[in-house]
Design a binder for this molecule. Structure first.
Ligand SMILES: NC(=O)c1ccc[n+]([C@@H]2O[C@H](COP(=O)([O-])OP(=O)(O)OC[C@H]3O[C@@H](n4cnc5c(N)ncnc54)[C@H](OP(=O)(O)O)[C@@H]3O)[C@@H](O)[C@H]2O)c1
Length: 312
C-alpha cells in the first residue's frame, strides 16, 4: 500500500494550519511524500508524522515557483489563509488579494494530477439550510467574497485538473494553548472539562465535519486518474444547532449537558453569522472511493475526540 501511494508522487500542501496539517498527516500516513508550506513553522512538527515543511509566502509568485521546483509535486492542496473571518472583514482588499495571488500562481502549474482548493460555506449567505453545488453563490462577508473570487480564478485558469472542495465547519482536537482561535468543538470541550459553562446559540445551524474526514476525502481526490468533479461540497451528515452540538460534546465528555446554556445568536459573538452555515451535496457520494469514507455525525465525532480532551 505504502509503495503504491509513494508511487503516486509528491504532494505540496500550501498552508500548515489546523486543516492543512491534518491533510498532510493523512497523506504521509498513506506513504506519500508530503511537503507543507507556509510563512511560519507549524505548531505541530510535520517531521513527527513523516512530512516536511518549507517556508513560503504563497502571495509571492517567484517564491511559489521556487518551492514547486524544489518539491516537484504531482498534486497540490491550497489550504492557506487568511482564514479568520473577522480579520478578513477588517482587511477585505488584502484578504481578496492574498487568496487571488496564491491561487493564480498554482493555477498556472501544468502536469499535476490534481490541484485542490479547500473553500468554504461562506460563499453562501446562509438563506438555504441545504445549499448544494448547483445553488447560486451569494457571499455575505469579505472572507466569503475572497474565497469565491479565488474559486472562480482557479476554475477559469487551472491548466491541470482542478477541484474546489467547499467544506463546512471543520472540527477536531486542538490544544488549549495553541496560540490561535480554536475550532468550536475544541473551544467548547476545553471549557466543559474545566467545569465552565458554555453559551451557544440554539438558532445558528451548521453541518460540522471532522477534520480527519476532510483529510480522508481530500486524499481520495488526489488519487491519479480519479474521476472528480471540479466543484464538490463536503458537510457532515447532520445539521445541528451550536447549542445542540455543544450538549453532544458535554455528553461525550461525561459532564452535565446543563453546562451548555442556549442563547439566541443575536445576543452573542455569533450575531454576525447567518442562520445557516451548512453544506449538502448532490455529487460527493459518486466520488470513487467515498463508500469507504463514512462521514461521522456529531455523536460519533464527539466520542472519537473526547479522550484527547480528557487528558491534561
Ligand atoms: N477551519 C475551517 O472550519 C474551514 C472551513 C472551510 C474552509 N476552510 C479553509 O481552509 C483553509 C485553512 O483553514 P484552517 O482552519 O486550517 O486555517 P489556519 O489554521 O488559520 O491555517 C492557515 C494556514 O495558512 C498559512 N498562510 C496564511 N497566509 C499564507 C501565505 N501568504 N502563504 C503561505 N501560507 C499562508 C498559515 O501560516 P502562516 O500564517 O505562518 O503563513 C497557516 O498555516 C482556509 O483557506 C479556509 O478558508 C477552513
Amino acid at each position: 500500500m505504502s509503495g503504491e501511494a509513494a508511487g503516486e508522487g509528491p504532494v505540496l500542501v500550501v498552508g500548515s494550519g489546523f486543516v492543512g496539517s491534518e491533510i498532510a498527516r493523512r497523506l504521509a500516513g498513506a506513504g506519500r511524500a508530503v511537503t507543507l508550506a507556509s510563512r511560519g513553522r507549524p505548531g505541530r512538527p510535520p517531521e513527527a508524522y513523516g512530512a516536511r515543511w518549507t517556508s513560503l509566502d504563497a502571495t509571492d509568485p517567484a517564491a511559489c515557483a521556487e518551492v514547486v521546483a524544489g518539491v516537484g509535486p504531482r498534486a497540490v492542496v491550497l489550504v492557506h489563509g487568511p482564514s479568520d473571518v473577522t480579520w478578513c472583514e477588517a482587511h477585505p482588499a488584502e484578504a481578496a488579494e492574498a487568496h487571488a495571488a496564491a491561487t493564480a500562481s498554482f493555477a498556472a502549474l501544468p502536469g499535476l494530477d490534481r490541484l485542490v482548493m479547500i473553500s468554504t460555506d461562506n460563499v453562501f449567505d446562509g438563506a438555504s439550510a441545504h445549499p448544494v453545488e448547483e445553488t447560486p453563490t451569494a457571499p455575505a462577508n469579505a472572507y466569503g467574497r475572497a474565497k469565491r473570487r479565488a474559486e472562480e480564478l482557479l476554475l477559469a485558469r487551472a491548466v491541470s485538473p482542478a477541484t474546489v472542495l467547499r467544506v463546512s465547519l471543520v472540527y477536531g482536537h486542538e490544544p488549549a494553548d495553541g496560540g490561535k482561535w480554536l475550532n468550536f468543538f475544541a473551544s467548547c470541550a476545553h471549557r466543559l472539562v474545566r467545569g465552565e459553562p458554555v453559551e451557544a446559540p440554539d438558532d445558528q445551524w451548521t453541518t460540522p465535519v471532522l477534520v480527519d474526514d476532510v483529510a480522508a476525502v481530500t486524499a481520495l481526490l488526489l488519487r491519479p486518474g480519479a474521476a472528480v468533479p471540479e466543484l464538490l461540497h463536503l458537510g457532515g451528515p447532520e445539521r445541528v444547532s451550536r447549542a445542540g452540538w455543544a450538549r453532544e460534546v458535554a455528553r461525550a465528555l461525561g459532564v452535565p449537558p446543563e453546562l451548555v446554556r442556549p442563547v439566541p445568536r443575536a445576543s452573542g459573538r455569533y450575531a454576525s453569522r447567518p442562520e445557516n452555515t451548512c453544506l449538502a451535496s448532490t455529487r460527493l457520494a459518486a466520488v470513487p472511493g467515498m463508500g469507504a469514507v463514512p462521514l461521522r455525525g456529531v455523536a460519533a465525532g464527539a466520542a472519537a475526540l473526547a479522550p484527547a480532551f480528557r487528558t491534561p
